[in-house]
Design a protein around this ligand. Structure first.
Ligand SMILES: [Zn+2]
Length: 506
């Protein structure tokens, strides 16, 4: 049976079950919020909530997000929460081939509670249609966190009512990169490309119907040039700035010694917390060059007053201040692993481990961490670098962690950065079928993971993506191996430098 992610236990039985054109569904009242989802997911069939062709029942004691599915004379899905019932439905849809369902018994639950994909909409903008299509696919493969990277040096993409000029001004940059050689298009980019708060509500609710939590990210105190271009007085130098047109790390950062900057960040958090019900809030915190803090009288004064010994500890002070503010609102802070570059980070901060060893050290000390190592799972890296098999391996096993430390790993998240992702074709090509591999890495017990078997099951979903018109990286390209693979990789790398869309063929 070709299910992705592979369930914890499957027992195949002899025989098949035929699903009629009119399907009677019995839905436990606890799962009534799934009514519309069930109606929508069986195109070409009439769903009547009367009958017992498919029964969704409550069963106490089943694990969170877990479910049992039995198909015999009819189909029974049991769960102890609505998420589990939803995932039982997703498995049922994957099993259904035309009118035929194989007879089987499945017991299933996720390995990790956090199974995410990050999308950077700041470097290049991807709107509601692309995001909804991503959410559809994430849900189908039982992923449950959409991390929305909304702000960057190169663009601010969310409406903030208290600062009405922020998004409309900070979403536009004067020029855009065409390729990795640094050639530019010579045209402005991003006019009007931001999400209104109504758009955000629409996405959050669309995701919730699919059991996906949307975690917003506002990067601070670095990667914030776009906002500082509208409010230059919030930077250390206070000089006029423009929304960045080039990529890389920018030297202008927020002035932590300026109370107005802290107020500004808190105001934004206030509005965001109203929009996003997620228990997490991502504050970025990555790639903060601290030279401006070293020469800033306000930052230095604050360090003296508070007895802060280094600029790294000044970032720690800022992270803790924001983490405390979010904690008062019932939110847990997530930050990229640079937030651990201080001696006294609050223990409740969650670290997204994207490079080096700091994320692992945080987990060793008892802190919670999310695995997102760039060399293993960055979706913007070409397939010649981050091939499908590599992504599939993603998990604590890559780091020789003891079971005690593994308990501190909340889960797995693969980020799609978009410096060189300009259009929907490339967006989909970079995502699929790597999303399927990440989904299995995050859901399936380690002992059951088997890449070769995954590739066999994947064929069914490549066909489905063909039918749905979704672009994906074909088998001949997603795993270049051996000497031929090496030659192919070098050839492709040379081409990609000039033409970032070179790899894409669909
Ligand atoms: Zn300063």
């Amino acid at each position: 049976m070709k299910i992705i992610p592979l369930p914890k236990k499957i027992a195949e039985k002899n025989g098949e079950l035929i699903l009629k054109k009119e399907v009677g569904v019995c839905l436990d009242a606890r799962f009534s919020s799934l009514k519309k989802t069930i109606e929508d997911r069986f195109p070409g069939r009439k769903i009547k909530f009367d009958g017992d062709d498919i029964v969704f029942s409550y069963k106490e004691g089943l694990p969170v997000e877990g479910y049992e599915l039995k198909s015999d004379e009819n189909v029974c899905v049991s769960a102890s929460d609505v998420k589990g019932a939803f995932y039982g439905l997703m498995t049922l849809l994957q099993l259904l081939e035309g009118d035929v369902l194989p007879k089987c018994e499945i017991e299933d639950e996720p390995r990790f509670p956090y199974r995410g994909i990050m999308l950077d909409v700041a470097r290049h903008f991807f709107g509601k249609d692309e995001i909804k299509s991503l959410l559809d696919n994430m849900a189908y493969y039982k992923m449950n966190v959409f991390h929305w990277h909304l702000t960057e040096d190169q663009g601010w993409r969310i409406e903030i009512k208290k600062y009405p000029e922020l998004a409309p001004k900070a979403c536009v940059r004067k020029n855009d990169w065409k390729n990795h050689l640094g050639q530019m298009t010579g045209k402005p980019y991003g006019e009007g490309c931001y999400f209104t708060q109504e758009d955000v509500k629409e996405i959050v609710s669309y995701a919730a119907e699919r059991m996906i939590t949307v975690v917003p990210e506002i990067d601070m105190p670095g990667h914030i040039t776009s906002a500082l271009s509208v409010f230059p007085e919030l930077s250390c130098e206070g000089k006029p700035l423009e929304v960045s047109t080039k990529y890389g790390i920018k030297s202008s950062i927020g002035c932590v010694g300026n109370e107005d900057f802290i107020r500004f960040m808190k105001d934004i958090i206030d509005e965001m917390c109203e929009l996003f019900p997620a228990p997490y809030f991502h504050i970025g915190g990555d790639e903060v060059p601290k030279d401006k803090w070293k020469s800033c009288p306000k930052c230095q004064k604050l360090m003296k007053e508070k007895g802060i010994k280094s600029e790294n500890d000044l970032q720690g002070y800022f992270t803790n201040l924001i983490t405390e503010y979010l904690a008062e609102k019932g939110k847990k802070t997530i930050g990229w692993d640079e937030i651990t570059e201080t001696n006294d980070l609050r223990s409740d901060a969650i670290v997204q481990w994207w490079h080096g060893k700091d994320g692992g050290k945080w987990a060793e000390k008892g802190g919670k961490a999310i695995l997102s190592h760039n060399t293993l799972c960055y979706l913007d890296y070409p397939y010649i670098l981050t091939n499908l098999e590599k992504i599939y391996r993603l998990g604590p096993e890559e780091y020789k962690m003891t079971p005690e430390i593994v308990k501190n790993i909340l889960g797995i998240e693969a980020p799609l950065w978009t410096e060189f992702v300009y259009d929907r074709k490339k967006f989909e090509f970079m995502l699929y079928p790597r999303v399927q591999a990440v989904a299995e890495a995050a859901w399936t017990p380690y002992a059951q993971k088997n890449y070769k078997d995954f590739e066999v099951r994947l064929t069914k979903y490549l066909k489905e993506m063909d039918e749905k018109g979704i672009c994906y990286c074909p088998p001949k390209k997603y795993n270049p191996v051996g000497l031929r693979g090496l030659r192919q990789r070098l050839r492709v790398a040379r081409k990609i430098v000039k033409d970032p869309n070179f790899e894409v063929d669909c």
